[in-house]
Design a protein around this ligand. Structure first.
Ligand code: NDP
Length: 248
């Protein structure tokens, strides 16, 4: 990862946090993006203390201006990004009859439109690097929910199905320009994600799942990002499903 410039959204916790540490430890310059700047600053301190290079940017991916400003800051500090891990997201399960329209809109704005805002902001940098002959990766975090069927996850699963199909289409479009496009579809992973749930039915399911299986850890997904990015330039792993061994 020496000489690579990686941008990671959703880097203040969970999968993004672990991936930032892993890519920095392997030599990439890493820009970490999320809303909680204090947590990002601490992450940067940890990366630098371990001999890596990182910068923290407070970004809200529900604002195009915020993401565009981050893209400009990354390019000014490190040059154009050649790896974007498009990972920020939210998961809010609920029964459809509860009509939690605010939660539906929040998931769609973050997981669908937010993903597109990040692509919009960084595609010029990825394209410039690809045109210059660099190895270039756009890696989107989807979910096993994008293809499997789970009661109460219809809206979330719909957003992740969008991310998965978007990835297939973008790969077809951008591959010819030497931009690799990949998606990772994790099963259940122990992060802050489930801490935002309000629906009791999903909380009950989670409690049962915690008893019956060992969840993935964020580091497990970070290793997959590192693996994808380390492939030779002509190899694009389009889709990686990573499941806890005991999750059906
Ligand atoms: P976390 O809740 O631990 O991390 C979510 C990250 O997204 C945080 O860094 C959060 O930072 C950031 N974020 C949330 N809202 C915004 C916003 N408006 N603008 C910018 N950043 C934002 O969850 P995970 O690490 O688990 O989730 C990462 C991705 O993995 C998500 O896309 C999720 O859907 C996906 N995933 C997770 C699975 C799991 O079981 N955990 C399974 C399958 C997929 P901050 O609050 O500081 O802004």
């Amino acid at each position: 990862m020496e000489n690579r410039v990686a941008v990671i959204t959703g880097a203040s916790s969970g999968i993004g946090f672990a991936t930032a540490k892993l890519l920095a430890a392997r030599g990439a310059k890493v820009a970490v993006l999320a809303r909680r700047k204090d947590v990002l600053d601490e992450l940067v301190n940890q990366i630098r203390a371990a001999g890596g290079e990182a910068m923290a940017l407070a970004v809200d991916v529900t604002s195009q201006a915020s993401v565009d400003a981050a893209a400009a800051a990354v390019e000014a500090a490190y040059g154009p990004a050649d790896l974007v891990f498009n990972n920020a997201g939210v998961m809010l399960p609920g029964a459809i009859e509860e009509r939690q329209i605010d939660q539906w809109e929040h998931q769609i704005d973050l997981n669908v439109t937010g993903v597109m805002r990040v692509i919009s902001a960084f595609i010029p940098q990825l394209a410039a690097n690809a045109a210059a002959g660099a190895t270039v990766d756009l890696i989107n975090t989807s979910s096993i929910a994008g293809q499997n069927i789970y009661p109460y996850f219809a809206v979330y699963s719909g957003t992740k199905a969008y991310v998965s199909h978007l990835t297939r289409h973008l790969r077809a479009e951008l591959g010819s320009k030497n931009i690799r496009v990949s998606m990772i579809e994790p099963g259940i992973t122990e992060t802050e994600l489930q801490g935002h749930w309000t629906f009791q039915g999903a909380k009950d399911w989670l409690a049962g799942a915690q008893q019956s299986m060992e969840f993935l850890q964020p580091q497990d997904i970070a290793e997959v990002v590192g693996f994808l990015a380390a492939q030779p330039k002509h190899v694009n792993l389009q889709q990686v499903v990573v499941m806890p061994t005991k999750q059906a």
